[in-house]
Design a protein around this ligand. Structure first.
Ligand SMILES: Cc1cc2nc3c(=O)[nH]c(=O)nc-3n(C[C@H](O)[C@H](O)[C@H](O)COP(=O)(O)OP(=O)(O)OC[C@H]3O[C@@H](n4cnc5c(N)ncnc54)[C@H](O)[C@@H]3O)c2cc1C
Length: 623
């Protein structure tokens, strides 16, 4: 073969970018083969990054040395912390982005990495010898040899797009589908399936009457995703909220007989938590309206994304329905919504490293594993990229535990539970969500990123300095007291009951309505240099407040994790012969043989493996 690389990555989407950048930064020669380099990092659907639980993933990717957070910060037009009115476990950062600028920033990032070569082409054939990947051939006949291959083909594998009764082949509006990869993997007895997703229409900002909508501004001050980004100094662009009503739904119903979903032309399953508007009208028939968010696709563009109105009904129906919505009476539709169907590979066929069980050196990441969303894809790309390098070096794999990161939860769920419908991340999927907060992702994961060579020394030192400030302030808060004379006037203003003797600062901060920042400004404290510095640093203060207020719950989760860790460390030999353990249930044995868990902990999370199966296994293994 002509060109040789350590690692080849197929697809320059969100997964492919992270995989290629991580592998190259870790010292490998990397080919990123993608159909259109100008579409690198293209946002297929909404021009936004993060959101509930997805924002956690971006912060974790950043802490491990991935690039999604930096690209999002560089191209954002609005920043918002979602769920502020709820507990800190679910606070989730989100940015609205300039779609074109996001893609440009992604391409700049990829091009800036030494050892990373971008190759234009469509990979059509995978070469495998003795169950080991050897390279690929593109549709143009170019052969590229590699020792490890990471397939990140997104929604492109045999992609078919639908609007009403119109059907076109393609992976995304205006882009060709990819053929050949599924067909190659079927020859190696991979299981494959079809999934579906959809996107809403785009409309012209000039045609909207924004006075009839509610304005949704960004946060002031804005908070970036990346530890390495400065506080954004941008003019933020607002979004606008409006609502469908019965008239909208009535018009949509007129098109149901031409819906590719309702007429059975699309048979595959779509994202349950991101349904099309026609799906919402049917599933929530008692609801008389649904919120729509009008999101500008950039600072200098007329294009607006109609979030909440994903549809594959005929274009004329979409337009007529939109014109019933407040603010959209004269709306000009620039492009109708559509649905896309594509191939995926049920992810129980993967190891926790995202390497396939059937072919050594072949990794799959992103939408091809049945997930939905940019952030889920990027997280997998990063883990696949890191593990591809570690496997070439013959080093221990990098596997994050469920108790360590949402990324650990994501991959553990995919491999152990597999999925037959698009999987998206939620905070409720994590058992230890009070510990896996977005605000402490750096403290949880940067040591890994640094050890792997993905976080530079100076960034790691800066994180350490912040860590030092947090722990010093935490011990001040739990050890220092204030007298009733200082505390009571402050408590009266909250209002909160007075104290009759000296009280620890921590106890006061744990009271409802009390903010750490205000307590630390009381007389007698302000002169302490550690306190003075912390009060100026929002991030230190925020974490001290959360850890103080939720101390009891956090301690309990740490104890639970200890039990969890012991089960995770009870390893099962890779070639363990489950057929020898006669007392296992038939279903349990079949699932264990299929998934081949690494540990007792992982075995216990496989659906169909009962707690008695786990006990039997523990006895058999002498654990
Ligand atoms: C119409 C549409 C609507 C969507 N709606 C939603 C939604 O509502 N909610 C949601 O969470 N997600 C949605 N998504 C999914 C979201 O876009 C993906 O989750 C995300 O982009 C996946 O990232 P990825 O890196 O896996 O793949 P992608 O971003 O799809 O990138 C794949 C890349 O690989 C390239 N490629 C593919 N095959 C080959 C090949 N054989 N050779 C070379 N290059 C190749 C492509 O050109 C592309 O650059 C939607 C996607 C589409 C297309």
């Amino acid at each position: 073969m002509a060109d040789r690389y350590d690692i080849a990555v197929v697809g320059g989407g969100h997964a492919g970018i992270e995989a290629a950048v991580a592998a190259a930064r870790m010292g490998c020669s990397v080919a990123l083969i993608t159909m259109d380099p100008d579409a690198t990092g293209r946002m297929s659907c909404n021009p936004a990054i993060g959101g509930t639980a997805k924002g956690h993933l971006v912060r974790e990717i950043d802490a491990l040395g991935g690039v999604m957070g930096m690209i999002a910060d560089a191209s954002a037009i609005q920043f918002k912390m979602l769920n502020r009115s709820k507990g800190p476990a679910v606070w989730s950062p989100r940015s609205q982005n300039d779609r074109e600028e996001y893609s440009r920033a992604a391409l700049r990032m990829v091009r800036s990495i030494p050892g990373l070569h971008i190759i234009r082409g469509m990979v059509e054939l995978l070469h495998v010898e003795n169950d080991r990947v050897r390279g690929v051939t593109t549709s143009g006949g170019e052969e590229i040899a590699c020792q490890a291959l990471i397939v990140c083909a997104g929604t492109f594998l045999n992609g078919t797009m639908y609007t009403g009764l119109d059907m076109t082949i393609g992976g995304r509006f205006g882009e060709q589908p990819a053929t050949g990869i599924t067909e190659t993997l079927l020859r190696y007895e991979f299981e494959t399936g079809r999934l579906k997703t959809g996107t809403p229409p785009r409309v012209s900002m000039r045609s909207l009457d924004l006075d009839e909508t509610t304005i949704a501004p960004g946060d002031d001050p804005p908070q970036p995703f990346s530890f390495q980004s400065p506080v954004p100094d941008i003019r933020q662009v607002p979004c606008y909220i409006t609502r469908t009503d019965e008239r909208t739904h009535e018009i949509m119903r007129e098109g149901f007989d031409q819906s590719p979903m309702f007429t059975g032309r699309i048979k595959s399953i779509g994202p349950r938590y991101c349904p099309s508007i026609e799906d919402k009208i049917v599933r929530f028939a008692d609801k008389t309206g649904h919120h729509l968010f009008l999101e500008p696709e950039g600072r200098d563009t007329d294009v607006v994304y109609v979030n909440g109105f994903s549809s594959s009904l005929p274009a004329d129906i979409q337009l007529r329905a939109l014109r019933t919505v407040p603010g959209m009476r004269d709306v000009e539709m620039l492009r109708p919504g559509y649905a896309v169907e594509y191939d995926f590979f049920p992810p129980h066929q993967l190891r926790l490293t995202l390497e396939t069980k059937a072919i050594h050196g072949l990794f799959l990441a992103g939408q091809v594993n049945g997930t939905s969303g940019y952030e889920e894809a990027a997280a997998q790309g990063l883990i696949a990229g890191i593990n591809a390098v570690l496997s070439l070096r013959g080093e221990e794999p990098f596997i994050l535990r469920r108790s360590e990161a949402y990324i650990g939860v994501l991959i553990d769920d995919l491999v152990n539970k597999s999925t037959l419908e698009p999987y998206r991340m939620f905070t409720s999927r994590a058992e230890y969500r009070l510990l896996l907060r977005q605000d402490n992702a750096d403290r949880r994961l940067m040591p890994h990123g640094h050890r792997l060579g993905l976080i530079p020394d100076d960034v790691f030192l800066a994180m350490h300095e912040r860590e030092r400030q947090i722990s010093s302030l935490r011990s001040i808060v739990e050890s220092r007291t204030l007298a009733p004379g200082t505390l009571n006037p402050f408590l009266r203003g909250i209002p909160s009951p007075p104290v009759s003797q000296n009280e620890f600062l921590g106890k006061i901060i744990r009271r409802e309505g009390v903010r750490a920042e205000d307590v630390l400004r009381l007389d007698g404290l302000a002169s302490d240099p550690d306190i003075a510095r912390a009060v100026r640093d929002d991030r230190v203060l925020e974490q001290v407040e959360i850890e103080t207020k939720y101390m009891g719950y956090i301690d309990r989760q740490h104890r639970d994790i200890e039990k969890f860790r012991r089960a995770e460390e009870a390893l099962i030999p890779e070639n363990f012969d489950y057929a020898r353990v006669h007392s296992l249930s038939t279903e349990g044995r079949e699932k264990l043989m299929r998934i081949r868990p690494r540990s007792i902990g992982q075995a216990s999370r496989i659906s169909g493996v009962s707690s008695s199966d786990v006990s039997i296994l523990m006895v058999f293994l002498g654990k």
